[in-house]
Each structure stands twice: as C-alpha cells, then as structure tokens.
Write a protein that binds this ligand. Sequence first.
Ligand code: ADE
Length: 418
Amino acid sequence: MQYDIKDIKLSEKGNLRIEWAENFMPVLSQIKDRFFKEKPLKGIKVGACLHVTTETANLMRTLKAGGADVMLCASNPLTTQDDVSACLVKDYKISVFAIKGESDKIYYSHISKMLDSNPQVILDDGADTISQLHLNRKQQLSSIFGGIEETTTGVIRLRSMEKEGILSFPIIAANDAETKYLFDNRYGTGQSSIDGILRATNRLIAGSIFVVCGYGWCGRGVAMRAKGMGAQVIITEVDPIVALEAAMEGFQVMPISEAAEVGDIFITATGDIRVIGEKHIKLMKDKTILCNTGHFNVEIDVKALEKLSKSKRKIRDFVDEYTLYNGRRIYLLAEGRLINSSAAEGHPASIMDMSFSNQALSVEYLIKNKEKLENKVYKVPMKIDNYIAELKLKSMNIKIDKLTKEQQKYLTSWETGT
Ligand code: ADE
C-alpha cells in the first residue's frame, strides 16, 4: 500500500477525532450500515481528492463499507488534518497522499499518485483532479465511469468543460443538491469561516466593520453570522438582484473601492479572481485583516500585496503581517487560502453529514446508472435529496406535516379561484 503523509504516529488522535465526528453524522452512518450489508460498490476503485478531515474520513469509511477500494489525496495544500491521514492509513488501510502545508508541486504530485491507481470513480472538490485527467492523462479517461463534484467552483469549471464538448465522463454535481448548498454553503461556511478568523486572530467581531465580498450562499452565511456577533456588515456585489437582496436584508451595500477605506475585516466569497486588488489595498486602514473563503487562493491579489510591502513577517499561526510602503499594516490570513479549513477544521460534522451523504449516494447512483448517463453534468436526483432531508429531520427528532388528499388535488388544479 502506498501513501505519503506527515507522521503515522498521529493515528490515535485521528481515530478519536474521526469517532467524534461520526457522532454527528447520523445520516451517513445509516448509509454506511446499509452499504456494509449490500456492498453496492463491490470492487469499484474510487479516487477522492477532498479536504482531508474527520468528516471526509467518515465518507471514506462509508465507501469502503460498501465494498469500494478507496484512495485519497488533498484538494487543498493547507487543509489536511495530518492525524486523520495517519489514521486512515494505519487503521483503515486507505492510501492517502496529503500533508498539511505541502508545496503546490507536491500537491499536484499527490493528485498524480492518487490517479496512478487508476480509479474508476472520481470524487473531486474544485475539479483539479478532473481537469488534470482531461489535460494530462487522456489515456485514462475511457476507464472512468464518472465523477462527483463537491463545490460551486468545481461545478462551474465542469459546466464549462461540458459546454466546450470536452467532458469525457458523466458528473454528478453534489454541490447542487439542495441538502448540500442550502446548508453546507450557507450555515457551514458561515460558522467555519468565522471560526477560522477567530482561531487565527482572536479579534473581537462585535463593533467591527466586516466586509463580505460576494453575497452567494457562502457570503450570506458569513454575513449572517458576523451580524449575529455584532459586526457592522458591508456587502460588495456585482449582481443587481443579489445586491438588492443584501440591502433588503439590512446590510450596507457598496463597491469594494468604497468598502476598502472603511473595513476592519474583509472576507472574499465570490469564486472570482482579484476581488481585492492593488488599488483596494492602497486604500486600506492600518491593521486591516484580509481573508478568503472561496475555493481558490485567487480572490485576494497576494502578489500585489507583496509588491506594495516593504516587509513581511509571520506574527501568529495563519497570520502574515505585511507592512506597506505607507507604513500601514495589513494582516493576511492563511495565505489567502480557504480560511475555514486552513485555520479551523472546515464545516462541522452535522453539516458534512448531508454533503457527504449526497456524495455516497451519488457514487451508488453513478454505478447503477453508468450505462445510461451521458458525458454531462447532472444534478443529484431529487429522490436522493429528499431522502437525505427526511433522514436528517428524523435524526433531529423533527416531524413535519403531510398534504391531505384534498390539498394535493388543490395544488394540481386550476379551476378554483377567488
Ligand atoms: N469542506 C468544508 N468543510 C469540510 C469538511 N469538514 N470536510 C471536508 N470538506 C469540507
């Protein structure tokens, strides 16, 4: 068995933390128990490129219980939990290629090592693995049944590939399941991003001017939680309808060039490049904090920050202090990479329970339907989405109403009016 991890001796700590996370993943646990009995993934090789966390470990255990042969590499150089990698290798005999803080070169070599084992199903988070396969490993494409994509950024990239006509296997967009994005992107990113900022800085949120760039599902979650902690929240947006929503939710809305002059803490959540660039950094106050919660580290122009600085030092874990030519200090968190998974532990297990149940059931669906699916990006079937919501409600001891026959009929008829 091949692997490349930090230290196998960390496995005991990893094991306890994986068990802790499992306590809060009741839906995935139920799927794991069924998979163990039915073995729907028997003999299937699954290659996963995901954040290596306690929650991901429980997904890997579920797929293995279903009979799959599983390999894992990191989907980001800074988000690996090294004790989790150690436990997966030692206790579960899963090949893992991931070390927290690995260079970009090693990060890509780890993806490559994972792909060397010729997986038939790919689980991706950001589409780096699927794009590597299409760019550099074309000979492998025909042996792949399909892929599952975890995040908004990855789904956007894969839809571009579909549009260009180059996508070579079917994709299921786990991100687009309602039990994923409505919860993971909003409440998951909301809590874990604030958690990352607090762990990195211990900065008081109450009374701060907190700028959220992008009011998609992730930005909404962060804005909502920052407001709840007493921040004065400013939203920057490019979409007029979304900006209106933010304004009517009670947030201040303004262009980034205006927000740059007043903000204390900035967080980007747009999925686009150079949202905070040179001209904005020049306007910022002394001791401004910058961080990102979008998938890639492209939203803050770190090169521009470096160019504008006369010195740089690491002042705390995950905090680099840049002193600009004008003497002002800018604090960049986690090198501009995902703050929630770099400085904290990513989304809580209760949220990942639904995201990863979508992943597990999508792998099963893909295997069952591989002959029928075309080389397109598919939504997770609504039946799976509803099933996950029902199990999650049940696990939370929440009951809901059912439509009566009369109500069902009313909703499908048009005759009855005023
Ligand atoms: N993405 C965000 N949070 C995560 C977590 N806890 N595990 C895996 N992927 C994640």
